[in-house]
Design a protein around this ligand. Structure first.
Ligand code: ADP
Ligand code: ADP
Length: 226
């Protein structure tokens, strides 16, 4: 059964722009799916609809066994990592990672355990008491991921998470993301315009062009569209 199912999903913005048309995608539990395509093809819109940050104008979106078209973002069991890491500068790494769990009023002991486990996975254990400004770009990126994985979501959504890193770090973090996703076995939807990134990371790659799905295939089976 698909963990995330997009059935005929479409988005037309209020100004009439058709950003995504009749998108059908079944994302299996534990799968790493990459949405790739040039700027403006509708990747971010599609991801934001899954996250609940953008209203769906047609079709049906299912996460787990729930239809979530009308479910607000905070009630969807998904976690998103943004391009700009959006960390709280005045909070320590520990509190940045814990923030979402504190909002959900989880028991303190469980929060501590989950934050420390996430920090361990991400290699942040020694940095838990530091502030974001004292971290490198790669470390900030890890904290942003820590905030998402600590929630143990049904799906992990990433929008160009490596685009603010230099080329060397990007390659390093790409391998890291791959490892973490496999370790956690978390269903992942990852947006990028970078074809190499898509081919390296994806179990399957979905190619979008002008809001329309062109093909979905394992990287080795992808062919170029004219
Ligand atoms: P991508 O992530 O692939 O760059 P987007 O999903 O950001 O693509 O955008 C898809 C299309 O929708 C583009 O034509 C973009 O200009 C348009 N678009 C995005 N956001 C809005 C908006 N809030 N209002 C109107 N058009 C938008
Ligand atoms: P990306 O390609 O990463 O989506 P963009 O620069 O296309 O980044 O978009 C940045 C922001 O501007 C997004 O929140 C998007 O929804 C919004 N946006 C993009 N195109 C339009 C548009 N034509 N009208 C209004 N908002 C837009």
């Amino acid at each position: 059964m698909a963990q995330v199912r997009l059935a005929g999903i479409g988005k037309t913005y209020p100004d009439g722009t058709s950003a995504v048309s009749a998108l059908d995608l079944d994302i299996a539990e534990g799968e790493f799916l990459v949405l790739v395509g040039p700027s403006g093809c509708g990747k971010t819109t599609a991801l934001r609809m899954i996250a609940g940050l953008e209203e769906i104008t047609s079709g049906t979106l299912t996460i787990g066994d729930r239809t979530v078209n009308r479910t607000p973002a905070r009630d969807r069991d998904v976690a998103m990592v943004f391009q700009s890491y959006a960390l709280y500068p005045h909070l320590s790494v520990r509190d940045n990672i814990a923030f979402g769990l504190q909002l959900r009023k989880l028991p303190k002991r469980e929060i501590k355990q989950r934050v420390e486990a996430a920090a361990e996975t991400l290699g942040l254990t020694e940095h838990l008491d530091r502030r974001p400004r004292n971290l490198s770009g790669g470390q900030r990126q890890r904290v942003a991921m820590g905030r998402a994985i600590v929630r143990q979501p049904q799906a992990f959504l990433m929008d160009e998470p490596l685009s603010n890193l230099d080329a060397k770090l990007r390659v390093q973090m790409r391998a890291e993301i791959s490892r973490i996703q496999r370790d956690l076995g978390v269903t992942t939807v990852y947006v990028t315009h970078d074809q190499v990134e898509a081919m390296t990371l994806g179990d399957r790659v979905a190619v979008l062009k002008k809001g329309v799905l062109q093909q979905v295939a394992a990287p080795q089976e992808l062919y170029n569209h004219p």
